[in-house]
Write a protein that binds this ligand. Sequence first.
Ligand code: PDD
Length: 283
Amino acid sequence: MSRTVYVNGEYLPEEDAKISIFDRGFLMADGVYEVTSVLDGKLLDFPGHMTRLARSLGELDMDTPVTDAEMEAIHRELIRANDIDEGLVYLQVTRGAADRDFHYPEGVKPSLVLFTQKKTLTETPAATNGIKVVSIPDIRWGRRDIKTVQLLAPSMGKMAAKAAGADDAWLVEDGFVTEGTSNNAYIVKGGKIITRNLSTDILHGITRAAVLRFAREAQMEVEERPFTIDEAKEADEAFITSASTFVCPVVEIDGAKIGDGTPGPVARRLREIYLEESRKTAT
Ligand code: PDD
């Protein structure tokens, strides 16, 4: 059945939704996006996603197309129209349509597109069994803190992981793990949760912020610093976080089993806490 999607002020059947061939998102990946998860028909950490969207837009001197309240209303209408109980809302803002030129055009209205995806997020084989990752060089640009739609490098990374018989890839730069292709990366050693510190090297995950807050509230020790693949292979546990996977255990890195090769207690506990706490504040 066709979804209802949102394009520049209109709700339309997906097959009728159109964007100009001159849209700079299409020509230059001149756009940013957010993915917000939906559980029980409610949005998880919507304010966090709006704050990051505003920051991404600001870093690129891009206009905000609608207010946060309007954005929330669009999310709700799409959840309603598409009967989303569990899944994702994708939103994309691009600089808009203008004749091709490297300079930013002036006086152009940004384009806004949103659509939903029905998806099982809670009871997944990945969450139950854990995932296998391989390490690959991080070939992305230097402003990974801006959530842009230039996703070819992560797509290539996921394809390399698939070709190697793994589920995903961890990206390595100057000998240290930056993050996963579409998630933040963590290891656990002696009960301590270790994850790369925030900088322009990684996306500032909304799930990361929540999980680290819940971990600290539960008196777990957190250390924010870079780690290597060798250190990860020696860790007791590893896991990833993102809006679409929440907290997901990693059980193998480059063919080496992590711990006993099954999801570890810290990752499992953090997933439980994350789901419990996020459900309480879902809106
Ligand atoms: N990806 N790092 C990267 C490179 C990401 O693309 C993502 C999210 C994250 C986790 O961020 P958050 O916790 O805010 O989802 C980290 C989304 C889910 C995607 O592209 O589908």
